[in-house]
Design a protein around this ligand. Structure first.
Ligand code: GLA
Length: 350
């Protein structure tokens, strides 16, 4: 089905510990190109056409591996075992309390100190042009229980979709939440305040000052969180709303309108200058919309670009933050014999 997609592999350097990193280039029949490396399973570049047909890179990152090995906020990364936050960096499963690293104030963010974004995955080019990445996270790694076997497959289809299929199994009860943390700027540079966004969600999960959900599901209607109708990202981002202030902008989880685990439209982003339009489809119940609030101009990325606040947006499909401590949220528990299986598609419709 993806027969026209070509995949090639190349060396991309070595980690500080000396592990070899490969980069794979996936190219579809229209010349849309995704480069993905085995370090963190990261999307390094994603080139799609603008309204004139000119190809341009729509994700933030670095030109070489070195940048990724240094301090950076999960650019393009596969995030796990537990994407987003676990409150007080602890949770209880079957009566046993597990402590995970506190790497975000009192909380655990994006899997801990050395999450899936910082490990080298095993890469394999598939005959259909897809890229398979596998990683075995050992029992106790970053404090999480169970040997977790994870497989993530990236496909670049001829419909200009970057499709990500996540699968995992465990040998002990554990919690899991995997996502991709690409930073999109459909214009290729500048800020994302003019990107026009729709999110297919009537509710979101309000947070406390540590960005941990309070546990309630709040209606978006009448708030700056209402993206049920296409609205510019910048229209209400500086409003006096309490939740906006806590997030320093948008850094919240939306509760997607859906029946169950079906692949459904989560969000649509339209950038007027370039004419690019990206849709996000997912089987997940939630999406974290993040407006690059912590970017502060200290990171110099591709071509020396200075990444300032709001220079990109993330749409991280996921189970809700802190689900291991929120019995009323959809469960993030995976048990032996069960299979974690989710799909997210970033589709460039224009
Ligand atoms: C996620 C979080 C943000 C921030 C970024 C990385 O989107 O929700 O708070 O941590 O990752 O900087």
């Amino acid at each position: 089905m993806n027969a026209a997609t070509k995949i090639t592999a190349a060396d991309f350097g070595k980690t500080k510990e000396g592990a070899a990193v490969q980069i794979f280039t996936l190219t579809n029949k229209s010349g849309v190109e995704a480069r993905i490396m085995t370090y963190g399973g990261r999307v390094v570049s994603l080139k799609t056409p603008d309204k004139t047909g000119a190809m341009g890179d729509v994700v933030l990152g670095f030109d070489s591996l070195d940048g990724y090995l240094g301090d950076n906020p999960y650019f393009g990364a596969l995030v796990g075992r537990y994407a987003n936050r676990i409150g007080h960096a602890q949770f209880t499963l079957n009566g046993v309390q597990y402590k995970v690293p506190k790497n975000d104030g009192d909380n655990c963010l994006h899997g801990g100190l050395r999450g899936f974004d910082k490990v080298v995955w095993t890469g394999k080019a598939l005959s259909d042009g897809g890229l398979q990445l596998t990683y075995l996270s050992k029992d106790g790694e970053e404090g999480f229980p169970g040997n977790l076997k994870t497989t993530v497959v990236y496909h670049l289809t001829d419909a200009n979709e970057l499709k990500i299929d996540y699968e995992a199994t465990t040998d002990k009860d554990t919690v899991i939440n995997l996502t991709n943390h690409s930073y999109f700027n459909l214009k290729g540079s500048g800020d994302i305040l003019d990107h026009v966004l729709t999110i297919n969600a009537s509710r979101f999960t309000p947070v406390d000052s540590g960005l941990i959900p309070t546990g309630t599901l709040q209606m978006v209607a009448g708030t700056p969180f209402d993206f049920t109708k296409a609205t510019a990202v910048g229209a209400r981002i500086s409003s006096a709303d309490e939740q906006i202030k806590l997030g320093r902008g948008y850094d919240h989880n939306w509760v997607l309108n859906k029946k169950g685990g079906e692949l459904s439209l989560a969000a649509r982003v339209e950038e007027p200058t370039s004419g690019r339009v990206m849709e996000v489809w997912t089987t997940e119940p939630g999406v974290q919309f993040y407006t690059g609030n912590f970017l502060d101009g200290t990171i110099h990325g591709k071509g020396g670009q200075v990444y300032k606040q709001r220079s990109a947006l993330c749409l991280e499909t996921q189970h809700f933050p802190d689900s291991p401590n929120k019995p009323n949220f959809p469960s993030a528990v995976l048990k032996p014999g069960g299979k974690y299986k989710t799909t997210t598609v970033y589709k460039f419709v224009k």
